[in-house]
Design a protein around this ligand. Structure first.
Ligand code: P6P
Length: 335
């Protein structure tokens, strides 16, 4: 029987054999993974755990917070604040950064996360997930401030997500490709099920919220119209559509079998560049997709090259199978 490789062993080998990650980063990733196991337990309880429904508050995005949004946020903060590997954390659910309290040692890493992405799906038992991104704190300066987080996605040193679906699965990159680990609940550990995941360069499947069609810009409308025209249209092939309205689930499908995911700018809120957040949604997902051979753009620029100006800034996202993403980008540059 082939030996099971745990997340711990994979990370130790990335540290020892490949020299990709220092021990502090390895520890950080293991702590985040343990926190995701706790979140998974809470999510799996559902109504039995009294964790469904709203918390009666709004987050910095002005979105109604679900009870599980707050629970997941607290789990990640409490799991990571004492270990000595972090200087601070930032979360979709918190207006400002969370600096590690003085009673704990400060580390050199910054952790950003969307503690429970897709939370509108919680109450209807559809897959949701935790998205995380790790940056290094800029050298030199004492203390840590919000501006230390404002680094482009290409500066990430680790990124991943944990999807709470039929399986609880952690997908991770430290810059050496993408590895997938499924939670073995009998052992209580994440077990490597695939590494060096690859997204097919071409696809026949797109993911977008079609109800927004009348609000899209011309390049996006052109791309989707051509997909809908099918074999008789300019693409010469039929397309399928999927939209789970949970970025983690849609991206996981694309990492697993290809596809293109689009949440573009639209006219509903013209002053916002998009709905999704750059720092803890688009950047980690964009790096994972690129590490798997795909591409991620805002239509005009590689997502990982975007220099953030605000912690919670939003961005237009087109990511997935490289040839499709490049086609959409070419339609944007043609206008
Ligand atoms: P819509 C979930 O709220 C989320 O942030 C992403 O996970 C998802 O892709 C998107 O919003 C869904 O948005 O407008 O289709 O509900």
């Amino acid at each position: 029987m082939s030996q099971k490789i745990s997340l711990t062993r994979y990370l130790v080998e990335q540290q020892r054999v490949d020299g990709h990650i220092p021990s502090q980063l390895r520890l950080l990733i293991e702590v985040v993974a343990r926190a995701c196991k706790s979140v998974s337990q809470a999510v799996n309880k559902g109504a039995l755990g009294g964790v469904l429904g709203t918390a009666g508050s709004e987050n910095v995005q002005g979105e109604v917070q679900k009870k599980l949004d707050i629970i997941a946020n607290e789990v990640l903060i409490e799991a990571n604040e004492w270990g000595g590997h972090l200087a601070a954390m930032a979360s979709e659910e918190m207006d400002s950064i969370y600096v590690v309290p003085n009673r704990y040692p400060q580390g050199e890493y910054l952790l950003l996360f969307d503690p429970l992405d897709g939370s509108s799906n919680i109450d209807v038992n559809v897959s949701i997930g935790t998205i995380f991104s790790v940056l290094k704190k800029p050298a030199g300066e004492a203390g840590v401030q919000e501006k230390d987080f404002l680094q482009a996605g290409k500066c990430q040193v680790a990124a991943g997500y944990c999807i709470y679906g039929p399986q609880t699965t952690l997908v991770l990159t430290v810059g050496d490709g993408v590895a997938m680990f499924t939670l073995d609940r009998e052992q209580g550990s994440f077990v490597l099920v695939q590494e060096h995941m690859k997204i097919p360069e071409d696809t026949k499947e797109f993911a977008i919220n079609m109800s927004n069609m009348r609000h899209w810009d011309a390049p996006v409308k052109r791309y989707i119209d051509e997909c809908l025209a099918g074999a008789e249209g300019p693409r010469g092939k039929d397309f399928n559509m999927r939209w789970i309205a949970s970025m983690v689930a849609d991206v996981h499908r694309i990492l697993t079998r290809g596809g293109v995911f689009m949440y573009p700018w639209d006219r509903r809120e013209p002053n916002k560049p998009g709905k999704l957040r750059l720092m803890y949604e688009a950047n980690p997902m964009g790096w994972l997709v690129e590490q798997a051979g795909g591409a991620a753009t805002n239509g005009k620029q590689r997502i990982l090259d975007i220099q953030p100006e605000k912690l919670h800034e939003r961005v237009s996202v087109i990511l997935g199978s490289r040839n499709e993403v490049e086609r959409v980008a070419s339609y944007h540059s043609a206008v």
